[in-house]
Write a protein that binds this ligand. Structure first.
Ligand code: ADP
Ligand code: MG
Ligand code: MG
Length: 889
């Protein structure tokens, strides 16, 4: 197996291993690729990643084969450029560059000008005819090599340079003459000898092998290890080493070095984008010592800058560069990020790779490239990261607006929101109903804050992480949220919020940026998302390529409307309990719960019926004939109970019960583990009148809408938390009976389905039996994850992060489906359900319905649809298109 691959000059680039990043690293593979299509690449060679792995395994020993192969490959460079490493008359200089499969901060920095010593420096001066250049290169080499390979502090060298300049009264490096650089080289060598106790290596072979060794060693540096851990990069990849003939951007005013993108990486605009510096080398452009200049005349003019652009200062080299840009884009069929050097008017390419880009740019480039015939629609769909769409869907803060940042918390749910501070959920709802925009500020949120969270335009909490109640609910609702802002403290007495040094009161306006976690004083201007244009185009393509339907989880007409704008094709989950929290209804709900007998309950339910009917009517109208899965009441009843004496007193007055009576009843409803308690279909079995009322409201609304609009709704009535066939049998009979009654009364009839949520392991196991009663299954993967793992989502905050960090869970199982465990249950239930009922409709309605990895899993299982919160609908559309395309290929 080859240990070294040569590139450039007359090298043979035909071995496919040379263009395989796993063998030659990203940089090496692309250098070979560029050379093979005839671009000007300085000749060089790449030592494989396999040699790095072997070297580390052997306890930092080079293989014998490598020593011979490197010597031979060096011969290739020498023959191509007609110079010899270490030759005192005609010396070759090389760079030594690390290059793993993916670009990796933490790896060894590049060493330039290797091969210089006290003798070759004179040769370089003679061959270049520029003594100043030769000594400048030598001092750069000593400084870089000492820092990167010998591990000396680069500050020592910078200090020496500063002192030299001061002595001579110079301001900038360009004022130093050959003699000055020569003196500085002497000083640098003295520093090395003093710090190291031995002289700077004069033997060029020692220099070369020292640098190669340093690149290999840097794979196991602490910095590299930390980076790998944070980015899930395996430790056994190793890095390649590239040794390449130097070309010089620091040979006077016809030489330059620069970095460029073939398109604008932040807007996606088809315009060359980049910077360059005349008479400079290597990293001078990014080092910030001198201010780089623009590449194009247009960019310079837009910026109002005076120093000439490359297009103006070096028109020939620029024209060549532009030609190369176009060749590279055609070849790679993607936007490229490029490094180049111009040596005395001649252009040399030093690096190319696919460029990083913003979501907006990714979208624009993908769509543009299809128009240009560069890529297919399928490729365009696969190019855009679905999660990145999130950045584009929410109103964004105007980047040009001033920000008075009060503190920064966790970026829990993206989007920007401004509004008045309110400290409790009821007030949030009250003010919002009065037309105010409010930000709900809480220490933490809990289920009884839902109505306030819904009413708010944004949510700020002092405590809680990225999977806290506030964060999860806010993401579900598409509300911007900043959680865990520790600098926030709330004074309920004074109705005030202290944020760091500043005190604000209820009613003061603040702004949240859920994408960064910033909390700002006052209102900051926002920009609305753009749903037409490139976004719309890519989404249309995605729709044409996906198999699964995409529905939404929504329970208010507003959310339904938004979801339809985002392309939802139905409702996958309408949670009816949210409708019960409405301020106007909660007292009827409480009256129902606290009633001591069925008669009392029915009286209260009669008050709720018209309200529920109106809810459903509005939703059916918005959904205009699309399927709507409505889940009957699910949470334990005590969630609706009053809190605090004030609320009990209010309720006592409203119902005519005494406060004591009410408290006693509340005590009776208390549960030790409500998640596994009296909830879901267990409510329907024990209090059938509740489900009867809900079913009646649904059918009456459906009939009304059929009558008035002609868009006949298709309600899919979902019974939650079913574990046995018998439960579903009883409740399905109830629903069918009510449907029959309503159809008889109204003279209208609608199509409907009764089905269940699969959210208990038992239900998944006996899905074949349950399917005898169900026309559809919807996988409620939030609860199915909780019940399968035995982990409560609301309490997992304390251990989930360390679990993920230590790799016990690959990812947060509430964010991305645990395919290995929970996934098996989904697969099994789908299979058994279909075996009983061939055309059973299958969908997913947990948070996972908006997660691309989980969506790919659903495609594999063959579900009919996924359902996601409104803002995730476009993500789900794109992700399911990608899953369909990948399944085909
Ligand atoms: P990084 O991975 O940090 O970008 P590189 O290996 O690309 O490191 O080197 C950084 C810079 O050094 C390059 O952009 C280029 O300007 C310069 N450089 C590297 N090799 C050479 C060379 N053979 N000739 C001239 N400049 C070089
Ligand atoms: Mg670098
Ligand atoms: Mg580079």
């Amino acid at each position: 197996m080859k240990t070294v691959y040569t590139f450039g000059g007359a090298a043979d680039h035909s071995d496919p291993r040379q263009k395989d990043k796993t063998v030659t690293g990203g940089k090496g593979a692309n250098l070979a690729e560029m050379a093979s299509i005839g671009l000007p690449v300085p000749p060089g060679f790449t030592i494989t990643t396999e040699e790095c792995v072997g070297y580390l395994e052997r306890g930092e020993e080079f293989s014998d084969k490598l020593r011979g192969d490197v010597a031979e490959a060096l011969g290739h460079i020498e023959a191509t450029v007609g110079k010899v490493l270490g030759d005192k008359d005609n010396p070759l200089l090389v760079s030594v560059r690390s290059g793993a499969r993916v670009s990796m901060p933490g790896m060894m920095d590049t060493v330039l000008n290797l091969g210089l010593n006290d003798e070759t420096v004179a040769g370089l001066a003679a061959t270049s005819g520029d003594e100043r250049f030769a000594w400048d290169s030598y001092r750069r080499f000593i400084q870089m090599y000492s820092d990167v390979v010998l591990g000396l502090d680069h500050g020592l060298f910078e200090e020496a340079l500063e002192i030299a300049k001061e002595d001579k009264g110079f301001y900038s490096d360009t004022e130093l003459e050959a003699e000055d650089w020569r003196e500085l080289v002497g000083e640098y060598k003295r520093i090395v000898a003093e710090e190291l106790g031995r002289d700077f290596p004069q033997d060029v072979n020692e220099q070369l092998w020292g640098a190669i060794r340093a690149v290999f060693d840097s794979w196991d540096s602490d910095r590299a290890k930390v980076y790998r851990r944070l980015n899930d990069i395996p430790g056994d990849w190793g890095t390649a080493v590239n040794v390449q003939a130097m070309v010089f951007g620091n040979m006077g005013d016809t030489s330059a070095t620069g970095v460029a993108f073939t398109r604008d990486p932040s807007t996606g605009e088809r315009a060359y984008y980049g910077e360059y510096l005349i008479n400079a080398q290597g990293e001078d452009v990014v080092a910030g010592i001198r201010t780089p200049q623009y590449l194009t005349k247009a960019a310079r003019e837009t910026a109002g800058a005076t120093p000439l652009s490359m297009e103006e200062a070096m028109p020939d080299a620029y024209a060549e560069l532009a030609r190369v840009f176009d060749l590279l884009e055609t070849h790679y069929r993607d936007m490229q990020d490029i490094e180049f050097t111009v040596e005395r008017g001649t252009l040399w390419m030093l690096q190319t790779r696919s460029g990083k880009r913003t979501a907006k740019a990714a979208l624009k480039m993908a769509v543009d490239m299809v128009g240009e015939g560069l890529i297919s629609q399928e490729e365009a769909i696969l190019r855009v990261d679905p999660m990145a769409l999130d950045q584009l869907l929410h109103p964004m803060l105007d980047p040009d607006a001033e920000r008075d940042v009060l503190t920064t918390g966790l970026p829990a749910s993206p989007g920007a929101a401004s509004g008045k501070i309110v400290l409790d959920a009821d007030k949030a709802e009250l003010w919002a109903n009065g037309g105010e925009k409010v930000i709900l500020v809480r220490v933490e949120t809990s289920p009884e804050d839902i109505h306030g969270m819904h009413a708010a335009t944004g949510i700020l909490t002092a405590r809680g992480g990225m999977t806290s109640h506030a964060a999860v609910v806010a993401r579900g609702m598409g509300r911007p949220c900043v959680s865990g802002a520790a600098a926030v403290s709330i004074d309920r007495e004074k109705r005030a919020v202290r944020i760091g040094e500043r005190e604000l009161v209820e009613g003061d306006v603040i702004t949240l940026d859920g994408a960064t976690g910033q909390v700002m004083a006052g209102k900051v201007a926002t920009l609305e998302p753009e749903l037409a244009g490139d976004f719309g185009t890519l989404m249309d393509w995605a729709d044409a390529h996906r198999r699964m339907r995409v529905r939404t989880n929504a329970e208010t007409p507003d959310d339904c409307r938004m979801a339809r704008q985002f392309g939802a094709e139905g409702i996958g989950l309408c949670r009816t309990e949210h409708m019960f929290f409405d301020a106007a209804r909660i007292s009827a709900v409480r009256e129902m719960i606290l009633a001591s007998d069925e008669k009392g309950r029915r009286a209260a339910l009669d008050k709720l019926l018209p309200e529920q009917r109106a809810d459903f009517r509005e939703i059916f109208e918005v959904m205009a004939g699309l399927p709507c899965t409505i889940r009957l009441l699910d949470p334990p009843l005590h969630e609706f109970l009053p809190h605090g004496d004030e609320e009990f007193a209010d309720l006592a007055e409203a119902t005519g019960h005494s406060v004591d009576q009410l408290k006693r009843r509340a005590g009776e409803l208390h549960e030790f583990n409500p998640m596994l308690g009296h909830r879901g279909c267990r409510l329907g079995i024990t209090f059938p009148e509740i489900y009867e009322m809900q079913a009646r409201a649904i059918f009456e609304a459906a009939c009304e809408v059929t009558k008035s609009s002609g868009d006949a709704p298709v309600p899919e009535i979902m019974i939650p938390l079913v574990a046995t066939k018998r439960e579903l049998e009883i409740l399905r009979a109830l629903v069918d009976r009510v449907a029959g009654e309503v159809f008889g009364e109204t003279g209208y009839q609608v199509e409907y389905l009764v089905g269940t949520m699969i959210e208990l392991p038992r239900a998944a196991l006996v899905a074949g039996e349950i399917a005898e009663e169900a026309r559809f299954f919807s996988f409620g993967t939030n609860d199915l994850t909780q019940t399968t793992l035995g982990v409560s989502r609301d309490d997992a905050g304390r251990f989930l992060a360390p679990y993920v960090e230590r790799g016990i869970f690959a990812r947060d199982p509430f964010v991305s489906l645990d395919v290995e465990g929970v996934g098996q249950l989904v697969e099994l239930a789908a299979e058994r359900g279909r075996a009983t009922c061939g055309d059973i409709k299958l969908g997913i309605c947990g948070e996972h319905g908006g997660d691309p990895a989980s969506i790919a899993f659903c495609e594999g299982v063959g579900l009919d649809y996924v359902s996601a919160s409104p803002y995730r609908v476009p993500i789900a559309r794109l992700a399911s298109a990608q899953a369909s395309l990948k399944a085909k290929s």
